[in-house]
Write a protein that binds this ligand. Structure first.
Ligand SMILES: Nc1nc2c(ncn2[C@@H]2O[C@H](COP(=O)(O)OP(=O)(O)O)[C@@H](O)[C@H]2O)c(=O)[nH]1
Ligand SMILES: [Mg+2]
Length: 256
């Protein structure tokens, strides 16, 4: 067979089931660290349940994903996961999901690995969301997941640090209501309300217009230039205020 014919014949096997996200659908990528329960334990350098060094590795990885060539309008990270909302009109790679899955997982894994200096891997999935309301619900879901995780993780580690085995600690928490978990923490001297918001709500990333003052020596006068900077927000709102915040981002036209 001639090379050109072979090329055409073989490409079919590669692309026949290519999935492209339909125009008008919002795309959100969610990346999650592979086996990070083990990774965070075996490096021996991270405090449990929350560690600022680990947080900053996730922050730097998210910032890289938002600036590596995809038009991302909002990023969010909690625990070992990252969500990225793409511009509604993104057309990169013809919206082929396999390209987003593989490149974003690769970019995240490479960045985190270089930062940690240890082998680290992320998976990636694309959620296809039909309208702004579902996008708001998606991020509200992750925001509330951060809250629930923080409560459970603080309870679990309070019990572990008090001497309970992993199985006993997990079992003790599983039967408790939210109110009982708050009381349990209180009995160990932790007021859940006073814990930092980044632990309970996750961390957000979005573009902000910044006015920079410069000087034009030719005209001998001050000039203002506008530039976009990527803000890392460690103090996100929660509940309805967070939904409003996401709605506000979606209504802006100058982002990305
Ligand atoms: N020590 C520590 N571990 C963390 C921190 N953030 C996330 N992790 C770990 O990352 C895991 C993420 O959960 P999950 O994705 O379900 O676990 P995986 O399947 O092992 O990656 C948590 O269970 C924690 O063990 C942190 O700040 N400190
Ligand atoms: Mg994980």
């Amino acid at each position: 067979m001639k090379f050109d014919d072979l090329d055409i014949a073989m490409r079919v096997y590669e692309t026949a089931h290519d999935h492209c996200v339909l125009p008008g659908m919002y795309m959100v990528a969610r990346l999650d660290g592979r086996n990070f329960t083990t990774l965070t334990k075996t490096t021996g350098q991270f405090e449990a349940p929350f560690d600022v060094k680990f947080r900053e590795l996730m922050v730097e990885t998210t910032r890289h994903l938002m600036t590596c060539g995809f038009k991302v309008v909002y990023g969010f990270t909690e625990s070992d996961e990252i969500s990225l909302l793409f511009d509604l009109d993104i057309d990169l790679f013809g919206r082929k999901t396999r390209k987003y899955h593989s490149i974003l997982a690769g970019e995240a894994s490479a960045t985190f690995t270089l930062l940690l200096q240890k082998h680290a891997v992320f998976d990636c999935r694309i959620c296809q969301l039909p309208n702004p309301g579902v996008v708001v619900d998606y991020f509200r879901w992750r925001n509330e997941d951060a809250h629930r995780n923080a409560l459970n993780a603080h309870c679990y580690w309070a019990l572990r640090k008090a001497g309970q085995s992993p199985a006993t600690a997990a079992n003790t928490i599983s039967r408790k209501s939210v109110a009982a978990k708050n009381e349990l923490l209180f009995s160990y001297g932790i007021n859940f309300n006073d814990l930092p918001n980044w632990q309970k709500r996750g961390i957000g990333f979005y573009w902000q217009e910044e006015v920079k003052q410069g000087f034009n020596p030719k005209e001998n006068q001050a000039v203002n230039t506008q530039r976009k900077t990527l803000k890392t927000d460690y103090d996100l709102p929660m509940k309805e205020a967070y939904s409003d915040f996401i709605r506000g981002l979606l209504e802006r036209t100058d982002i990305g």
